[in-house]
Structure formats: structure tokens, C-alpha cells
Design a protein around this ligand. Structure first.
Ligand code: FE2
Length: 368
């Protein structure tokens, strides 16, 4: 099947941008530059005529983050931050026809967020539309084929002196949503029926459980596989699962982690650590049996163990991955760094070791 087969009513070219609503966008922008190596791209705020918000746009290869903060207490951005803390509000998808994307999804039951609208400036025009998804998260469809500007109309180039080097993060591999008890199937069906996604994989608590925690997960993917959205739902365990902890602190469903791909995870992770990014660490015993479990890999075991990188194999190959600690004070959003060597899956073989290290952190927070 070609990338955008005629049966695909919602052809998506990729993730356009991810917008975070944060308490202090200026400082968050500095963090993503300094810690993750994102490059400054665009800005909108008081100086560009906005009265209620400021946004900084940062980019690394194909990953674009927008950090937005409220300038007034009564804005919906301030409300979002009050309720959820810093978090992901918009998962924007790059499409060829934002009008049709809106029509096709709303016709199938999506709740409208933004009626199609055309925005223009001297660099051309962009058509935007949007629909609601889980929690207060939204999908914005971005049609930018007639636009040559730096980001979107209304934004100006942001070119500060401070520009720490990129760290080799290339594209969004997948983006995971945590949904409430009993809602995973509802949202999996939403992605299937409303957006034409297919279910790649499903896990339940017999696959993913430790002594204390459990969860269920389904991975939904666009028909061209450019977009992958795993969805997690908490399952009953002896103690509180990390999904429950997230939902409690986020006050509802929301985006849990963004997985960003690299071609050299050992180098990228070493640099991220030197820039202050903190990662979860599995017990050293994980590495005692690693080679028996995954077989031969290109990397040497010693640096993989030293960096605390996890490895898993499926029928197509293997993958290397590591998970950051939450990047704000609420135990909510975090990042995964992933390098795929053929594998198309998500590291199921690592879930148990990983959750045990998350439980150690939850224990420290008193939220287990
Ligand atoms: Fe992941």
C-alpha cells in the first residue's frame, strides 16, 4: 500500500508540532535548548501583537516543540496550567488538506476544536483545523503547502545568541496517551473509527505487570505508519500504578511521553546526561541476562550498561531505549529516547524491569 492510499480518508504526512502549555515559557524554552539541544526557531508574544500569550518554537531535525504560556490569569492557557501543570495541549498533525481532515473526522464523530481557518502573512497561507481527543488534549491539522515562513503566520524568527548544539534527536517515533479507567477501548475506537488508524499491538496486565503495578496498552497507528499513538489505561495491581499516579497529578487523561528517535543512542544519551537530563535506571542485574535475552547486538555491552540503556528484540530486529524522569515537578510528562535497529515494537521485554525502577521512584515520592 502506498503511503497515502486512496482509501485513507485522513492522510497524514507526519507530526507537525507538539505544543506545551507551561507556567513559564521563557524558562521552559531555555531548558529544551540547554538540556535537549533544541534550536530556536520562532517567537510570538507582546512584541508581535499578542496580548494573552507568549510562544517559543524550537526545533531539532523533524521535531518541533511550541512552548506557550498565559499572560493573563483568566485565559484558558492559565486554566490548563492550573489544572494539569505543564503539559501537552496540542498534538499537531501535518496534512495536505486541513479542511478535509476536519470534515472527514467530524463526520465520523470527532468533537470540533477549531473550524478550518486560513491564516496569511507575506510568506503565504496556512490552513488550520482541529478536533478534541483524550482529556483536554487536541489534534490540530496543519496544511502548510502554500507557506514559506519560519513556522506559522503570526510568528517571527527567533534568533537568540544562546544556541547550544543539537544532540541528534531526529523525529517523533511515537507519542503515548494515558487515559482513565475503562477508557482505553473508547479511545482506541476513536482513533480507528474517527481517524482511520489501525491497532498494531495490544498488551494487557498479564503482559505488563510487576508485583505492584499493572496497565493495559493498545498501539494505534495511521495507515502509512507515520503516526503511532500507544494508549495506556491503568489496571488493578497491589499498589498504585504509574498510570494512576499520572492521572491523579495531571487531573485527568493526557499525553504521557514523547519518544524521540536518534541514530546513536549511546552518544545522544551521554550528551543529554551531561546537559542535566535525568534518566530512570534499571538494576544492574538487568544486564546479567541481557545477551541471553536479545542475542547479538552491534553495541558493546559495557557502554550500554554504563548508560543504563534498555534493549529489546522482536521478529524484525532490535531496539535500544531509555526513559527520562518526569521533566516537571508533577510526576507526569517524560521522554523516551529510542534507536531502532529493525524492531517495530515498543520494548515489551523491558516493561517489567522498567516499571520496577519507576516504582522505586514512586516509593520516594510516597505515591506508590
Ligand atoms: Fe514509548
Amino acid at each position: 500500500m502506498s503511503a497515502n492510499a486512496p482509501t485513507d480518508f485522513l492522510p497524514i504526512n507526519g507530526t507537525d508540532y507538539i505544543e506545551f502549555y507551561v507556567g513559564n515559557a521563557k524558562q521552559a524554552a531555555h531548558y529544551y535548548q540547554a538540556a535537549f539541544g533544541f534550536q530556536p526557531l520562532a517567537y510570538a508574544g507582546l512584541e508581535t501583537g499578542l496580548k494573552d500569550r507568549t510562544s517559543y518554537v524550537l526545533r531539532q531535525e523533524k521535531i518541533t516543540f511550541v512552548l506557550t504560556t498565559a499572560l493573563t490569569p483568566d485565559s484558558h492557557i492559565a486554566e490548563h496550567c492550573k489544572l494539569h501543570g505543564d503539559g501537552i495541549r496540542v498534538i499537531a498533525l501535518w496534512v495536505d488538506d486541513a479542511g478535509r481532515s476536519f470534515e472527514e473526522t467530524v463526520k465520523r464523530g470527532a468533537k470540533p476544536y477549531l473550524e478550518p481557518k486560513t491564516e496569511t502573512d507575506e510568506n503565504g497561507e496556512v490552513v488550520l483545523s482541529g478536533i478534541h481527543t483524550y482529556g483536554e488534549t487536541v489534534h490540530v491539522f496543519v496544511e502548510r503547502k502554500n507557506y514559506k515562513g519560519v513556522f506559522l503566520p503570526g510568528f517571527v524568527k527567533w534568533d537568540p545568541v544562546y544556541k547550544p548544539a543539537s544532540l541528534g534527536l531526529k523525529y517523533v517515533d511515537h507519542l503515548v496517551g494515558n487515559v482513565n479507567w475503562g477508557e482505553m477501548n473508547t479511545w482506541a475506537e476513536f482513533y480507528h473509527n474517527v481517524m482511520g488508524f489501525n491497532q498494531l499491538i495490544s498488551f494487557d496486565d498479564t503482559d505488563i505487570s510487576t508485583e505492584y503495578t499493572a496497565l493495559m496498552s493498545k498501539v494505534m497507528a495511521s495507515s502509512n505508519m507515520y503516526i503511532k499513538f500507544p494508549l495506556n489505561e491503568p489496571a488493578h495491581g497491589k499498589k498504585k500504578s504509574q498510570i494512576e499516579e499520572y492521572i491523579e497529578f495531571y487531573c485527568g487523561a493526557g499525553a504521557q511521553h514523547v519518544a524521540m528517535a536518534t541514530d546513536n543512542i549511546l552518544e545522544t544519551v551521554a550528551k543529554l546526561k551531561s546537559r542535566g537530563v535525568e534518566f530512570l535506571r534499571v538494576p544492574d542485574a538487568y544486564y546479567d541476562t541481557l545477551m541471553d535475552r536479545v542475542g547479538k547486538i552491534d553495541e558493546l555491552l559495557a557502554p550500554v550498561k554504563e548508560q543504563g540503556i534498555l534493549v529489546d528484540r522482536d521478529e524484525d530486529g532490535y531496539l535500544l531505549q531509555i526513559f527520562s524522569k518526569p521533566v516537571q515537578d508533577r510526576p507526569t510528562v517524560f521522554y523516551e529516547i529510542i534507536q531502532r535497529k529493525g524492531a517495530k515494537s515498543f520494548g515489551k521485554g523491558n516493561f517489567k524491569a522498567l516499571f520496577e525502577s519507576i516504582e522505586l521512584e514512586q516509593g520516594k515520592r510516597g505515591t506508590l
